[in-house]
Design a protein around this ligand. Structure first.
Ligand code: PEP
Ligand code: MG
Length: 759
């Protein structure tokens, strides 16, 4: 007699399964009992369980088929009905099995007398690891409720067989076409370099520890509370996004919101709980069913929405299970490639640098701070990989080619071999640049170019010697704030600055006062101080925060002055917009200097004050400001975003405007000309200085001081040696006066004609 509801049927089976699983018998004995229970409850003469072993689906237990066939009948994935279910990760429900085109008759089983057939995949980590099938003498299709009950049971089975170690978890041969074979993904190269490792999801999938519920009411309550919490989170994110404060995109959040409030989703989870599953298992069960349904619909738009739902489902699972940590909090086990939709710089810094080999993002752009941090860490990054997380499983082997923006997922041995060859070539290239450590960057026409590095952490210091750079042209002091759980105390700041200066020896270090805000959010500062911002990049950040909370700047000034006792202190202020801001910040330092003088502390020999040119407005004051400055440092990352009115972190704008456009070149040229009479040093410390073509353009403007990412020092030193600065200046003057259709093309042609490799 068919059961009334899927929940009742599943519950009846789960109750018995609960007892069987708690018993002390062997896994095989348990499977033998389980097929009996399922067969009896679903009123089926036959119930069989096939499990994936050594790439084949092996009959492990049966009620109704010949017992001699157990462990004898084996099917390849894709072969027969059972193999088809595993391959497609899809259920089948047939009134007449033999009429199906994939039907394969196996005489040893004695199944010829059974007409109807229904089977569902046993899924683990999005792979089919087995099949549970029922058969019936009479030709009838099974009721939908029976199939659903079978699917719930398959979920419990997946736990049982995994716990008993019955299937090979790493078996990648047979689990169906989905997420198994090699695949090549093309994204946008954000940080060059190549790496290999296992995929680690920044937000890991939750491991479900208990599948069968002890107390259904308690499980309902848990899901109810989790939904509540998740909706609050989504509402908060959405309200921030409306003001442009969150990194997530508005469309995505709207979809999230729609799903979070979708009654159907909650109802289906409740039904799964009714059938006897725990809250976690119920969420996963509903998710599996949605996955199966969506797989049948070939619509890229829907597939996207599917990823959003998957995301949300994982969020719900994390809340309900209390497994809230990121992969960083669990620690990396081996060489890892981090997979995320997007990341903040602080989140990236939480990972173990020795094991983190690469980062791949669904979003990302060249000047997003997370990308800058990764570049400084020498970690290749590929971004703009839409729907990435749906194409990978945790633990998949990945080959990341950050030079070309290509990722090979689950590579074949020959792909891995070819990659190894590239790896070797890359190592050669790195060795070539490392060997340039002692090369002094002098141009072909004998002019010295200063090549410094950008840094931000104590760990960066060895790079100064490894690259043979002229100093640190930008030390981003906020990194220490980003990696701390609380505001770093003055003593800690002093210690860091002192260590940095000591490691640098005679070479100069330019400390930039904290640039927080924008995409560098400090949770401990935000709470009490900042309201939601409509546009944080243009909001209360950098010097604006420092001047308003002058306690922050005072502490930092004290720390820097004390750390630089007996040496020259170079300090610069970010986001100076009007001259008075520079004056006010300098005054904070000067008063700290007086304070320390009275206390007879060892003071710096000199303090050199500089300003960053990042906000276009300050360019109009340069004739006034330049005489007060010891140096000017052009932060092209922010400057270009403001000149183009194009968010530096926006994935859709990531490639839209060119750093070597006429607008930027003309703007910078005016800056250089305005400052020249005052003899103030000009450095470019934005990311563009580390790219050869861009650096060539900057040299064409007369800029001979660059502060760049450490990995670029070798390539830029090499470039300097190939360039006649006088010649590129003449060429650039011509282009500025009469702009070519594309400045980039003109530069590339010029470089090619002069035998310069600007790749
Ligand atoms: C810049 O804006 O170019 C810069 C160097 O500062 P940051 O990237 O830290 O904002
Ligand atoms: Mg900046």
């Amino acid at each position: 007699m068919p059961p009334q509801t899927a929940a009742a049927a599943a519950r009846a089976i789960l109750n018995s399964l609960h007892e069987i699983m708690a018993s002390r018998s062997s896994a095989q004995a348990k499977l033998n009992q389980i097929v009996e229970v399922i067969g009896a409850t679903l009123d089926s003469e036959v119930c069989s369980i096939y499990l994936l072993r050594e790439g084949m689906l092996e009959l492990y237990a049966t009620r109704g088929l010949n017992q001699q066939a157990v462990h004898v009948t084996r099917m390849a994935v894709g072969e027969g009905l059972v193999g088809t279910i595993a391959m497609n990760i899809e259920s089948l429900n047939l009134a007449e099995a033999a009429a199906h085109p994939d039907f394969a008759f196996r005489p040893e089983t004695g199944e010829e007398k059974f007409h109807s057939f229904a089977g569902v995949p046993i899924v683990r980590r999005q792979r089919a690891v087995g099949v549970v099938a029922v058969q019936h003498v009479e030709p009838r299709r099974y009721e939908e409720v029976e199939i659903e009950a079978l699917q719930t049971v398959a979920m419990v089975l997946s736990e049982l067989i995994a716990n008993a170690g019955l299937v090979d978890e790493d078996d990648t041969h047979g689990s169906g076409a989905h997420l198994t074979g090699p695949e090549r993904l093309q994204g946008m190269a954000l940080v060059k370099g190549i790496a290999s490792g296992a995929a680690v999801f920044h937000q890991p999938r939750v491991t479900i520890e208990q599948v069968v519920a002890d107390d259904i009411e308690a499980e309902r309550q848990r899901v109810y509370l989790a939904f509540d919490k998740m909706r609050q989170q989504i509402d908060r994110m959405a309200s921030q996004a409306e003001f442009g404060a969150a990194g997530e995109h508005v469309e995505v959040l709207q979809t999230y919101k729609m799903f979070a409030y979708d009654e159907g989703w909650g109802r289906r989870i409740n039904e799964a709980i009714d059938s006897g599953l725990t809250a976690e298992a119920a969420i996963e069960r509903v998710q599996q069913r949605t996955r199966m349904r969506m797989r049948q619909i070939d619509d890229p738009l829907l597939a996207d929405r599917m990823h959003d739902l998957e995301d949300l489902s994982n969020r719900l699972l994390r809340i309900v299970s209390g497994q809230l940590g990121t992969a960083a909090s669990m620690g990396l086990k081996g060489d890892a490639i981090l997979v995320a939709r997007n990341l903040g710089p602080a989140e990236l810094l939480e990972y173990d640098r020795r094991r983190l080999k690469g980062v791949i993002l669904e979003e990302g752009s060249l000047t997003a701070h997370v990308v800058i941090v990764a570049r400084a860490m020498g970690i290749p990054v590929i971004g703009r990989l839409h729907g990435l997380r749906g194409k990978l499983r945790e633990g998949d082997q990945l080959l990341v080619d950050g030079d070309r923006g290509v990722i090979d997922v689950r590579p074949t041995p020959s792909m891995a071999e070819a990659f190894e060859a590239r790896f070797a070539k890359n190592r050669e290239r790195l060795a070539h640049y490392a060997a340039m450590r002692d090369v002094v960057p002098v141009s072909k026409d004998g002019q010295r170019v200063t090549v410094m590095i950008n840094a931000g952490l104590r760990d960066d210091m060895p790079l100064l010697n490894l690259t043979g750079a002229d100093g640190i042209g930008l030390f981003r002091t906020e990194f220490q704030f980003l990696v701390s759980a609380t505001l770093p105390a003055r003593e800690r700041q002093t210690r860091l600055y002192r260590d940095v200066l000591e490691a640098a020896g005679d070479r100069p270090v330019v400390f930039r006062t904290v640039d927080i805000g924008g995409d560098k959010v400090l949770p401990y500062l935000r709470q009490d101080d900042s309201a939601l911002e409509e546009n944080p990049a243009m909001g209360w950040r950098a010097l604006r925060v420092a001047l308003d909370r002058d306690g922050l700047l005072k502490v930092q000034a004290r720390a820097l002055i004390e750390a630089a006792g007996g040496r020259t202190l170079n300090v610069m202020f970010p986001m100076v917009t009007e001259p008075w801001e520079f004056d006010a910040a300098k005054a904070v330092f000067e008063s700290q200097l007086q304070f320390l003088k009275k206390r007879k502390k060892l003071l710096p020999e000199a303090i050199r004050y500089g300003a960053m040119l990042e906000v276009p407005a300050i360019a109009e004051y340069l004739d006034i400001l330049a005489p007060r400055l010891s140096f000017l440092s052009i932060g092209t990352n922010d400057l270009t975003q403001f000149l183009f009115a194009a968010d530096r972190g926006h994935p859709k704008l990531a490639e839209r405007y060119d750093w070597v456009s006429t607008a930027i070149m003309r703007f910078l040229s005016r800056v250089v000309r305005t400052v020249a009479p005052y003899g103030t040093d000009i450095t470019v410390c934005g990311e563009m200085g580390g790219r050869r073509l861009e650096a060539l353009a900057l040299m064409g403007l007369g800029i001979t001081r660059l502060s760049i990412t450490p990995a670029s020092v070798g390539p830029i030193k090499e470039l300097v040696g190939q360039v006649d600065l006088g010649a590129i200046r003449t060429a650039m003057d011509g282009w500025l006066a009469q702009p070519p259709p594309s400045m980039r093309v003109a530069l590339l042609e010029w470089a090619a004609n002069h035998g310069i490799d600007c790749d």
